[in-house]
Write a protein that binds this ligand. Structure first.
Ligand code: ZN
Length: 220
């Protein structure tokens, strides 16, 4: 077990990454000589993961999955923004081509994006992205303002941000058309604790647009 601090990243260099890759290839082939041949044949992941870009929240490691098992999109604070062509393209491909059965938005406590959005500081270009989190705060200001403890308030905003982004996924034509066509598709919200490594299901899963506010509902 390494006792090296997680913050000590001096040993990670451009060259060491390539060395690490060689070890990965050797170890993978030792376990299964056909490992890469199998992966090269295509992918059939059952899950799309929408998570934070934070280096401490890697989708595969924390869910015990392997290459080929989770389709991944990551951005700052695991956001689902209506006009984000990158996210929408990933979602469209995952739902309509790969036919994933689950889309999971995974936030994490201590998220730098959420913490930054709670301040009145100007950070630059990223303010335009963080403003979407401020919108989530505004939607739930009564609940959040009533939480005196700063840490608990931030934790709750992390959860509410996940819930709003699950809802944003449900609002898309991509998800609603899949449901209208009878495709099996669950949309879920999880939150990860960096302190414990444990994922909590926020139990906001949706499998149809039955609970959706009328203005967002498309008729097929
Ligand atoms: Zn984060």
């Amino acid at each position: 077990m390494s006792t090296k601090s997680i913050h000590d990243t001096q040993h990670i260099t451009y060259e060491s990454l390539l060395e690490g890759n060689k070890k990965f290839v050797a170890n993978s082939l030792k376990l299964d000589p056909e490992y890469f041949d199998k992966l090269a044949n295509g992918q059939n992941p059952p899950v799309l993961w929408i998570g934070c870009a934070d280096s401490r929240v890697p989708a595969n490691q924390i869910t015990g999955t392997q290459p080929g098992e989770v389709f991944v999109h990551r951005n700052i604070a695991n956001m689902v923004i209506h006009t984000d062509m990158n996210m929408l393209s990933v979602l469209d491909y995952a739902v309509n081509v790969l036919k994933v059965r689950h889309v999971v938005v995974t936030g994490h406590y201590g998220c730098g994006g959420v913490l930054a959005a709670m301040t009145n500081k100007e950070f630059g270009l990223i303010d335009n992205w963080l403003r979407h989190i401020k919108d989530v705060y505004r939607l739930h200001a009564d609940e959040l303002d009533a939480i005196e403890d700063q840490q608990k308030r931030a934790d709750r905003l992390v959860e509410l941000n996940v819930i709003e982004n699950v809802y944003n996924l449900c609002k898309t034509t991509i998800v609603q058309n899949a449901w209208a066509n009878g495709q099996e598709l669950g949309v879920h919200g999880w939150v990860y604790s960096i302190k414990t490594g444990i994922i909590t299901d926020l139990k906001v899963s949706a499998r149809d647009n039955g609970n959706m506010e009328d203005v967002f509902r498309f008729q097929s």
